[in-house]
Design a binder for this molecule. Structure first.
Ligand SMILES: [Fe+2]
Length: 314
């Protein structure tokens, strides 16, 4: 899709240099995917001035909202990353500040990372990170992740030790899920079981890492990255009477469907990251007992690529 760009002075001229790196149009990403390359180097020189300007505007308008609604670990984290306000971040620079704190690092990807691979990256303290950015005229609504969601929404949380350990524990759950699948002989039943496990894990991840709320001295605060990167939804999530907020319950969250194209009507609250870490541990226990082998049908639907990613891990 065509959009206005300005040549990046750091890049030699050429068709790719002026195409930029938006979620809607990034020839570099298209080429990588066409060659089967999922894990890539961030092609920093391809960002145009309009890409940097989009980052700058996104960051500037979120900063005061974070002060009001983000949890303390996020606020500490985003300061410790020393992000430049007016430029798209370089992942190598982000990692220079992040890795010494928790061992995590942002790892550039060209597109969707199938479920097992994604969780396995977390287990290795690698965070698959989108490197494209939304268009400057579409700052508000974006169904897919972009670098603002991943770096400004997720990565500050990865500076917190307990939260980082929780992500690793999600990764361990994926390995447990693969082990369960291995023990099922019938190929059809194995596939259906994996679909259920993936659905359960995706829901639990969604209602915590992406859209979680936390109790604090100052009332409810946000730690979920989907909310932390959404100018429209973050305040709505904390304050609107149209949102139902409940203490996090594993049995509910793994059976609760969700839609990605609207504000969430149901959100779950944790007491702290130790609490969340324990809950992911409980999820692993449930996996081992087979309690997630047949969770409620509905969204999200596990794609074949997600199921295959687990099968390939066997
Ligand atoms: Fe996310």
């Amino acid at each position: 899709m065509a959009h206005a760009t300005f040549p990046d002075p750091l890049v030699a001229s050429g068709p790719k240099a002026v195409s930029g790196m938006t979620t809607a149009n990034a020839p570099f990403i298209d080429d990588a995917l066409a060659h089967g390359e999922l894990f890539i180097e961030q092609p920093y020189g391809l960002y145009t001035e309009s890409n940097h300007e989009a980052w700058s505007r996104l960051y500037a308008r979120m900063r005061p909202v974070w002060e009001r609604h983000a949890n303390e670990a996020f606020l500490r984290g985003i300061d410790s990353l020393c992000l430049k306000l007016d430029r798209v971040p370089r992942l190598v620079e982000v990692n220079r500040f992040l890795s010494p704190l928790t061992g995590f690092r942002a790892k550039a990807v060209a597109g969707y990372v199938p479920s097992f691979l994604f969780f396995d990256c977390l287990r290795k303290r690698e965070f698959p990170t989108t490197v494209t950015i939304r268009r400057g005229d579409r700052l508000d609504y974006l169904p897919e992740p972009d670098i603002f969601h991943d770096i400004a929404g997720h990565v500050p949380m990865h500076t917190d030790r307990a939260f980082a350990d929780t992500l690793v524990r999600f990764g361990e759950c994926a390995h447990t899920g693969a082990e369960i699948a291995r023990s099922i002989r019938d190929a059809g039943e194995r596939r259906e079981t994996l679909k259920s496990i993936i659905r359960a894990m995706a829901r639990f991840f969604w209602f915590t890492v992406e859209f979680g709320l936390m109790r604090s001295r100052d009332g409810l605060r946000v730690y979920g990255s989907g909310l932390l990167s959404s100018f429209g939804e973050i305040q709505h999530a904390v304050e609107s009477p149209r949102v139902q907020r409940y203490p996090l319950q594993l049995e509910w969250a793994v059976n609760q469907g969700f839609a990605i194209d609207r504000y969430q009507p149901v959100l779950f609250v944790v007491e702290g990251f130790e609490h969340l870490y324990e809950m992911v541990g409980r999820m692993e226990q449930w996996l081992k007992k087979g309690k997630l082998n047949n969770v409620a049908p509905g969204e999200p639907i596990a794609a074949d690529a997600d199921v295959d990613s687990f099968l390939m891990a066997l």
